[in-house]
Design a protein around this ligand. Structure first.
Ligand SMILES: Cc1ncc(COP(=O)(O)O)c(C=O)c1O
Length: 392
């Protein structure tokens, strides 16, 4: 062979032999080679297990998907390029062969509201909103809209409302709708929506699961009835996660339960401290015994684990005062996102819910005095000290 040919072919396509790597390697190959066309045909036809093209399936994604199924007690998963790609794909899969109508929780991440109103609605899907924490109101909305799909967050962003997933799944099933639960804030440590009857559990793995602020990714987990439509959509639309991000996510997930336990414990201390501070008007925290959804929280989450998000309103503060307070933080990171090892603070009016109109935000209860804190794994005394000096 000429050097040009050798440069292309030499060294590759070694059999992996009898060894087993302890950590899943980063499989960057986009295509897979077989000894014969017959064998490739069998792999394409799924008669023989194997891989042909990375958008269809690849060993790095397959390993993460198996891990996600294990965490959520699901039967099929799709690793996606972002949480939004995962939500989009899950809702498309949920609507397959169902009525083109969605009832969504009236308190959710701003981009999810945008996905429904700016992507699904213009494509002919009717969208309605309901208070999923008021089961009678939800039943009425479902009876009127006859949705093919209900969409909710297991802990809502940013006001931390918690619906009863099993009761909502029963309402969905009765109406012939699929329930899609964004489980990003609760994580599988607190809630496993499929066990409660939901049809899809969705994650932005960017957050607690990967956990280090260095990977953007998402995942959909479901059970067998939806496995084929999820896989077909993954292949056709190609929202899939790259191999390097799969590797980083798997690496992050190894310590996720440890991190999350610590973050939940820290959040309890920080929320209690904030509640007693004179400059704080109101604290939103799922561990608060006075929380409006305390019964759903107690019945669904393990004792002592309430999540690690704390939202609060700064007393008599508008945008200018909140900016001054946030600019005064020294250790807490002023940035968008959540769930990382470091404590982060975000201003919902400016970032997570920026795309909603001020009127829509107010209807959701998001005032200009509201900030959202994602509590990290640092020493709780240091988190509190930083909040104290900045509030001062
Ligand atoms: C609850 C929730 N779901 C989904 C997303 C979207 O995730 P990603 O940024 O990975 O697309 C976010 C992002 O902040 C979120 O807070």
């Amino acid at each position: 062979m000429k050097i040009h040919t050798k440069a292309v072919h030499s060294g590759d396509r070694k059999r992996s032999g009898g060894y087993v790597p302890v950590a899943t390697p980063i499989h960057t190959s986009t295509s897979y080679f077989y000894e014969s066309m017959e064998q490739l045909d069998r792999v394409f036809g799924e008669v023989e297990k194997g891989y042909c093209y990375a958008r269809y399936d690849n060993p790095s994604a397959a390993a993460l998907e198996e891990l996600m199924c294990a965490l959520e007690n699901g039967e099929a998963a799709l690793a996606c390029a972002s949480g939004m790609a995962a939500l989009h794909t899950a809702i498309l899969s949920a609507l397959t062969d169902r009525r083109r109508s969605i009832v969504a929780a009236n308190a959710m991440y701003g981009a999810t509201v945008g996905l429904l109103m700016n992507v699904f609605e213009p494509s002919g899907v009717s969208i309605g909103f309901a208070d999923i924490c008021d089961l009678d109101a939800l039943r009425a909305a479902v009876a009127e809209a006859k949705p093919g799909c209900i969409v909710m967050e297991s802990i809502s962003n940013p006001l931390l409302r918690v619906g009863d997933i099993a009761a909502i799944a029963a309402i969905a099933n009765e109406a012939g709708a699929a329930l899609v639960v964004d489980n990003t804030f609760a994580t599988p440590l607190l809630a496993r929506p499929l066990e409660s009857g939901a049809h899809f559990s969705v994650h932005s793995v960017t957050k607690y699961l990967a956990g280090h602020g260095d990977v953007l990714g998402g995942a959909v987990v479901t059970n067998r009835p939806h496995a084929d439509s999820l896989r077909a959509l993954g292949r056709t639309i190609g929202p899939v996660l790259g191999p390097f991000e799969c590797y980083l996510t798997m690496r992050g997930i190894k310590t996720f339960p440890l991190r999350m336990e610590r973050q939940c414990a820290n959040a309890c201390r920080v929320a209690a401290w904030l509640a007693a501070h004179p400059r704080v008007e109101r604290v939103y925290f799922t561990g608060d015994p006075q929380h409006p959804d305390a019964a759903a929280i107690r019945s669904q989450f393990p004792a002592g684990l309430y999540g690690a998000m704390v939202s609060f309103e700064v007393r008599e503060a508008g945008r200018e005062e909140v900016f001054r307070f946030m600019d005064s933080l020294r250790m807490i990171v002023r940035a968008t996102s959540l769930g990382d090892v470091h404590t982060m603070m975000l201003y919902p009016s400016m970032s997570s819910h920026r795309e909603l109109s001020p009127k829509h935000r107010l209807r959701m209860g998001i005032r200009d005095s509201l900030v959202r804190l994602s509590v990290g794994i640092e020493a709780p005394e240091d988190i509190i000290a930083d909040l104290e000096q900045a509030l001062g």
